[in-house]
Design a protein around this ligand. Sequence first.
Ligand SMILES: Cc1cc2nc3c(=O)[nH]c(=O)nc-3n(C[C@H](O)[C@H](O)[C@H](O)COP(=O)(O)OP(=O)(O)OC[C@H]3O[C@@H](n4cnc5c(N)ncnc54)[C@H](O)[C@@H]3O)c2cc1C
Length: 380
Amino acid sequence: MLRLPRTVYDAEHLAFGEAMRRFIAAELAPHMQRWEEEGMVPKAIWRRFGDLGALGAGIPEQYGGAGDDFRTLAVAVEAHARAGMAAPAFELHTGIVAPYVVHHGTEAQKRHWLPRLASGDAVASIGMTEPDSGSDLAAVRTRAVRDGDAYVVDGSKVFITNGIVGDLVVLVVKTAPERKAKGVSLLLVDTSLPGYRKARNLKKVGNKAQDTAELFFDGMRVPADCLLGEENGGWKVLMSELVQERILVAVRAAACCEAALEMTARWVKERRAFGGRVFDFQNTRFRLADVATETQALRVFTDRCIELHARGALDMHTAAMAKLYSTEVQDRVLDACMQLHGGTGYMWDYPIGRMWADARVHRIYAGTNEIMREIISRSL
Ligand SMILES: Cc1cc2nc3c(=O)[nH]c(=O)nc-3n(C[C@H](O)[C@H](O)[C@H](O)COP(=O)(O)OP(=O)(O)OC[C@H]3O[C@@H](n4cnc5c(N)ncnc54)[C@H](O)[C@@H]3O)c2cc1C
């Protein structure tokens, strides 16, 4: 439906995207409503994502992955978004958490975790946010105190995606609280450790089949060799991984806008009112013309960012722009598309209503859009 041809993917990416599309239609879509009611996706589905190669994108082949091509992950995320699926949160697992281990892990850490992450035998999460610190990440209070061959961890996290199904959490802790950001460390924590407690699976407005948990740590002894990177060096690592997190949000948002445009154009050509098609009202055509134009502009910007990121050349300010712009376009597009569906659009059974609800969090997580504006303004 968009007019400008895409050049970011080659034939192999497109074939992988098509395989993902078929898998999602056959094995995800028919069960999503039940999983939304259950608040999570079964582990077996994670393994199916692993079998297909969607979890190994970015993980080197020697550790069971598919090698380092961001576009493999991007094309999979697009297929997932176009189908209106918000779960499982595989891009967090593959595109956000696995790179911490790939880029900063020791050989032993890589050997232990990466093959299991690539196959889906282990599910990954990241624990940054706490009840009293979200945007202000340096204010985290979860404390890790070195005691012999272990860190003793006490504290809690909230809103952690894959927090219930997760086997691994990259945990943000304070090892030197008086040093603020310079006292932050990262631990690779096996969620089966004594003292690790998965609490509530939180009820959300959207993304209902993604589990989002509260976690508590009570005298949890984490072996010292689970430290990721250097002690008190966690902040730099966190900052270096945020570019990919933000471009992934844009990849999903752009694909979601395209799907919404297509389904709405179809809907208004079938739906009738006042003796004609809803499409024939000038208001409908003008709204859709705006949606198509914004979606096209977003596609061009996002593809350029994908292309740059695939060769390691996307900077943090442009990634913040991509996250900001894509999620604000997405909100406008989905709102217009839902309006054109009338009451039907508000029904949970219809993909447009779900997409609208699922998308709203994109302006909040991966750094809120207000924080994106702060980052962008620092480059001006
Ligand atoms: C569904 C979901 C999944 C999530 N998954 C994860 C996860 O897997 N791991 C994880 O660690 N976290 C996760 N989060 C947490 C998410 O990253 C935070 O909610 C987000 O960073 C915002 O933090 P906060 O909720 O504490 O809001 P606050 O930081 O309290 O912000 C409240 C408001 O103040 C604004 N604000 C704050 N600081 C500034 C400023 N300097 N200038 C202007 N405005 C400002 C914010 O933009 C926001 O509008 C998830 C959240 C949700 C909802």
